[in-house]
Ligand binder design. Structure first.
Ligand SMILES: Cc1ncc(COP(=O)(O)O)c(C=O)c1O
Length: 378
């Protein structure tokens, strides 16, 4: 018999809620993906590279033209130069980048600090490598509780994982957070994984503060992003990881045996598409408009909310509406009201008693208006 590496892990809440949404014919605001298509130009580019015959294995670290564009973009936006030949790898989504980076860092018995609420991949990936997740709960406004970090950090902590813009809370790290991390980095020798898949989705003129922009932190960080989030192509599963050469050498050793290389024509298409920065710099406004359409619609409702600062997620507090736990409330609104959302409890390791759900507003405007008008009646 197989001895499970993840005995406590079941089906992800995203699969559960999407299935329930389909069964109930509900508007699916649960799983985080757009219900609109990516640009025709991007699709044409993929076709054109397929027709040119670029359909065989790509180089293991990625297509050089794409590595080059990622390097240019990162330098331009965050001031950090990563050598495209040595310090960047194109991955099968941010998922593979995260799993590979965590596997590279964590050995048996190592501790990894994970901030809750946390994306569902982090802790299982740490556990599968024999590590021990150290969960840290947020302050009441979802900012990072650095006093708690100070209490829990020790020489056995080999990894800290941060995520900004943050799924599911929509919070962004601040300059103070980065300063605090820099001070910790002077005292402890952890590696940092920075999950920045929503880097181009920030609101109300807030900048995305990439960890790559900190000289001190970038020297010990795997910085990870995803083209799926940026170009409305989550199903293409292409992302990337950037880190100093010595770290990337270890990363490549695993990456080559997990996927070897990533979809060739898609990489060429992204490389070309990235040359026009308008494609990603206009994303903030695009999603801010969607956030505002949804929030205007539910303004004056019985839901409590603080407008999301980034990502395409919005938290809603339903304590003024129902005493049901969050899973039961999501089931109720899916089956009876025709709106699927995600409960927050699966983002926490222990007991969770808040009355909060997450909705995804990467949806067509008419869907957002319809969903808002139904939620307003609760
Ligand atoms: C915070 C976060 N990290 C990583 C991922 C995975 O990204 P990808 O689809 O590129 O694998 C997601 C996707 O929802 C996410 O929300």
């Amino acid at each position: 018999m197989i001895k499970s590496k993840l005995p406590a892990t079941g089906t992800s809440i995203f699969a559960v809620m999407s299935k329930m949404a389909n069964e109930s014919n509900a508007l699916n605001l649960s799983q985080g993906f757009p219900d609109f298509n990516c640009s025709d130009q991007l699709i044409d580019l993929v076709h054109s590279f397929q027709r040119k015959g670029l359909n065989q294995y790509a180089p293991m670290p990625g297509v050089p033209a794409l590595l080059e564009q990622i390097s240019i973009k990162t330098k331009k936006l965050y001031g950090k130069y990563y050598d495209p030949q040595k310090e960047i790898v194109v991955t099968s989504g941010a998922t593979e980048a995260l799993y590979t980076a965590i596997s590279v860092v964590i050995n048996k018995g190592d501790e990894a600090i994970i901030f809750e609420p946390a994306y569902d991949l982090y802790a299982p990936a740490v556990t599968a490598s024999g590590g021990i997740p150290v969960f840290i709960k947020p302050r009441s406004d979802y900012s990072i509780d650095w006093e708690e970090v100070e209490r829990r950090i020790n020489a056995n902590v080999k990894l800290i994982i941060i995520n900004s813009p943050h799924n599911p809370t929509g919070k962004l790290v601040t300059r103070d957070d980065i300063l605090t991390l820099e001070n910790l980095a002077k005292r402890f020798s952890f590696i940092l994984i920075s999950d920045e898949v929503y880097e181009h989705i920030t609101f109300d003129s807030r900048p995305h503060l990439s960890i790559s922009s900190s000289e001190l932190l970038s020297e010990r960080s795997f910085v990870i992003s995803s083209f799926g989030k940026t170009f409305h192509t989550t199903g293409w599963k292409v992302g990337y990881c950037a880190a100093p050469e010595v770290m990337m050498n270890e990363f490549k050793k695993l990456h080559q045996f997990v996927v070897f290389a990533v979809n060739t024509p898609v990489q060429h298409a992204y490389a070309e598409y990235l040359k026009n920065e308008e494609h990603y710099l206009s994303l903030n406004k695009f999603y801010q408009d969607k956030r505002d359409i949804f929030l205007n619609e539910i303004g004056g409702s019985n839901f409590g909310f603080v407008p999301s600062e980034g990502t395409y997620f919005q938290l809603l507090d339903y304590s003024g509406i129902s005493d049901l736990d969050d899973m039961s409330f999501c089931e109720y609104i899916t089956r009876k009201k025709g709106i699927a959302a995600i409960p927050l409890s699966p983002f926490y390791s222990g007991e969770y008693k808040e009355r909060i759900i997450r909705i995804c507003f990467a949806k067509n405007d008419d869907v957002l208006v319809k969903a808002g008008s139904i939620l307003k009646t609760l």
